[in-house]
Design a protein around this ligand. Sequence first.
Ligand code: ZN
Length: 405
Amino acid sequence: MLIANHGIEDLSIVIKNVGTLLTGDIENPISDASAVFVQAGKIVVVGSDKDFDADAADMVIDCNGTTLAPGLIDSHVHPVAGDFTPRQNQIGWIDSCLNGGVTTMISAGELHYPGRPTDIQGVKALAITSQRGFKNFRPSGVKVHAGAPIVEKGMVEADFREMSEAGVKMIGEIGLGSVKAGYEARQMVEWCRKYGIQTTIHTGGESIPGSGLIDKDVVLEADADVIGHINGGHTSLPYKQVCELCERSDKAMEIVHNGNERIAVLTARHAHELKCLHRVILGTDAPTGSGAQPLGIIRTISLLASLADVAPEIAFCFATGNTARVRDLDCGLIEPGRAADFVFMDKPMNGEGRTLLESVRVGDLPGISMVMIDGQIKCLRSRLTPPAATMPVIVKQPNRVIELR
Ligand SMILES: [Zn+2]
């Protein structure tokens, strides 16, 4: 059942009877549409059943009035190799995150690699190897964008050009290596921009031995694309400094599960007051000292929707469309042309809320009933979330030879 449509590249799918369609677009977070047509892993039409011929589709999924959202994006993870993390000696953490609705992950540096090289040749080699490894192998189907070097003192422009030419698309959090001064970080951010490499800076106190304090002056001077874990990972800057980052920078503000939860809530409130919720993106910063949290993204959505007075449909945008825009991804929105990455959800059984959005608003977690990546079902009922009150049903299966791989 799990691999019902696995291996059929041009499969057409109708997803119908959607009760609430969360678009991921912060300008228009809830759509009136009730059906989506998918072909060859891409969204083709978003509308109603009448807009296409359901009988002609290879596969039909009836949502039974439940909620459809874009696959969730974790903007901040620390993968190492495949689905293994030496940080907690754990296998299968990415598969667990899939069961928490995550379909895409962005590496903020492969810093837990045992014996991680810090010489420049080694830094570049590890980045290129990690980029290739996760491009060639998707653990449980999850798209892990990795190959994020931890920059070190002594790196020169030619190093960034070389990495860019070799396929490196982003660097790890600045501050985890020996580059900790604002002017050094700024120089490397400028080189990255020149060669099309995205940048993130660590924000706050030391995360693990060897990392350093990065305060608001360094963050502002570096001007990286993403203010990584603005609520600390785990140790936050004082709230006054966080406010200054919200006010004086125009860059993305990343709130992480493995950070200071009080500052997470206050940051979202402040972003709301400043009318810059489009800058908020979510990550877990997992695996970390606290472990890997498969439900970290939906827990953070629920935290912000229940305690920071952010509308739940907006909180979902923090982990979908906002991140896709900041990270330049082809997923994160339910609109034609995007990757068919979806989370099927409903309110949890016996929760207080009458709908999914109400249940998130009161602080409960969604029940995830299916996750799809590029039009392929990667998990049915989540083995980790509370059970969904109502489940979608696959009413038509592909009538073709299924090639397993
Ligand atoms: Zn991190």
